[in-house]
Design a protein. Structure first.
Length: 362
């Protein structure tokens, strides 16, 4: 990150260490909420694959391995707000610069690992339904490309400076050899966005070749297109990276927004890549709800029908008494009505169990 020229520094206002401008706690709030949602969605994904479908594969385990890096990325971003991120650079205390640059460095490491693993998990999940040799070869080609892409940028981050601590220790900047931070960051962001779009487009032709109703194919395409949300977040992150390197020297203020959108992008990538795997869970929930509703409706209608039959039977069996005769009736009709109602409820329960057992075999 380039140091601002002396004339720019001279134009800054006096430092305010008492009540400086601060962007607020939205990074903390958004980061924690999205992390909880991501962990929940991945947990439900594993529940579906292990307990409902019994078909967990390496795409699920790759996605599970993302979670520790998600936690690390969120913690590093929140920690950065204690060392100047979200404050104007002229209000940052002198002791904040080194830890702030350290949090920025480790955030880049986590981002590279997270995006690489999410892409590999998504491509691995495509192998479940890609049957044509052409698309399987393309998919394996994308797996190779993403693996090389992730390794290349991870190595570039790990060797950003020689010695590495010169990245955050400005006292070593003159003696160190560092990769152009601007070029590395922009190259990663742009290539990340391009590979995301390529991965999202890859399975769409296969969906439209499936012999499914048009509504089902549209639903599948829509689920897989959720990744466009992560692409949109990546585009916003590219905008803030451009502002830091080309528009302003207020890097700590703009860096806060950059850190926020890194969290949004990575969490949306995990969530959108896992939501399509939850279809059996959602389908099972609504199917059970419909069966319960149908069972209750059948039981209620049967009860009303048999009660009406019982009343009419009672009316036909016992003619009106003559004047002065005692109003004594037999209770066999009522017993018969209750017996018929209980039998109907038992049949409904049995039918419900048969439907549920059939549903479990699908």
């Amino acid at each position: 990150m380039k140091a601002p020229p002396s004339e720019i520094i001279a134009s800054w206002p006096e430092p305010n260490y008492v009540n400086p401008d601060y962007q607020g706690p939205q990074l903390l709030i958004v980061g924690v909420i999205l992390l909880v949602v991501s962990c929940t969605v991945v947990g439900l994904r594993l529940w579906v694959r292990l307990h409902m479908k019994n078909s967990a594969s390496w795409d699920d385990w790759i996605m599970l391995s993302v979670i520790p890096f998600m936690v690390c990325s969120t913690a590093v971003a929140i920690l950065g707000t204690r060392y100047g991120w979200g404050y104007h650079i002229w209000d940052s205390k002198p002791g904040w610069r080194k830890p702030a640059l350290m949090t920025s460095y480790f955030s880049q490491i986590c981002l590279t690992i997270i995006m690489t693993l999410v892409k590999l998990s998504l491509l691995a999940s495509y192998l479940r339904f890609l049957t044509l040799p052409l698309y399987r070869h393309l998919n394996w080609g994308m797996i190779t490309l993403v693996t090389c892409w992730g390794i290349a940028f991870l190595v570039a981050s790990l060797t950003a400076c020689r010695p590495l601590r010169a990245y955050w220790d400005t006292g070593l900047a003159l003696q160190a050899q560092c990769i152009d931070d601007q070029a590395r960051t922009l190259a990663f962001t742009i290539s990340n966005l391009v590979t995301d779009v390529m991965i999202l487009i890859l399975p769409i032709p296969t969906f439209w070749r499936l012999k499914l109703p048009i509504r089902e194919r549209l639903a599948l395409t829509g689920l897989m297109s959720l990744g466009l949300l992560a692409c949109a977040a990546s585009a916003v992150r590219l905008y803030y990276a451009h502002r830091i390197y080309h528009v302003t020297y207020d890097s700590s203020w703009e860096g806060y927004n950059l850190s926020l959108w890194i969290l949004v992008e990575t969490n949306l990538a995990v969530i959108c890549a896992s939501i399509p795997t939850l279809r059996p869970l959602v389908r099972g929930y609504f199917s059970e709800s419909r069966l319960n509703s149908r069972s209750c409706g059948n039981s209620s209608s049967s009860t009303h029908r048999h009660l009406a039959q019982g009343v009419s039977l009672s009316a036909s069996t016992h003619p009106p008494p003559s004047p002065g005769s005692p109003r004594i009736y037999k209770q066999t009709t009522i017993k018969q009505t209750f017996y018929m109602t209980e039998s109907t409820e038992a049949l409904n329960d049995e039918a419900y169990q048969v439907e549920m057992s059939s549903l479990g075999k699908i």
